[in-house]
Write a protein that binds this ligand. Structure first.
Ligand code: ZN
Length: 106
């Protein structure tokens, strides 16, 4: 069921090449960039699955408080959106909204 992905994806944040291409996530960022996700006020965020069955949880990485912004985050000042990946885990993509005010949810 899993097709072997071609390693043609380029991280839109840092430009890392050779990442597996995923047609469902054409603008996903690499793990290194996803780890630098910040809230609007610059606090580090952590996105995790709710449990083995999936689900999406967003929290401040520094205090473990729930993050009210959902998947909205910023990496190097670029608006991004994090969500539960279809194949499990978390995927972070550059948001379509360039100004970062209202990235599309879903
Ligand atoms: Zn990157």
């Amino acid at each position: 069921m899993l097709a072997v992905a071609e390693r043609t994806h380029v991280c839109p944040i840092c430009g890392t090449t050779g990442l597996p291409a995923m047609s469902r996530y054409p603008a996903y960022v690499c793990h290194g960039c996803a780890a630098r996700a910040r809230s609007a006020d610059g606090r580090p965020l952590r996105f995790t699955n709710q449990g083995a069955w999936g689900g999406f949880l967003a929290a401040y990485a520094d205090t473990d408080e729930p993050y009210p912004g959902g998947g909205r985050c910023w990496i190097d000042g670029i608006a991004c959106i994090a969500d539960e990946a279809r194949f499990g885990g978390i995927v972070v993509q550059v948001s379509a909204g360039a100004d970062g005010s209202s990235p599309p949810i879903q």
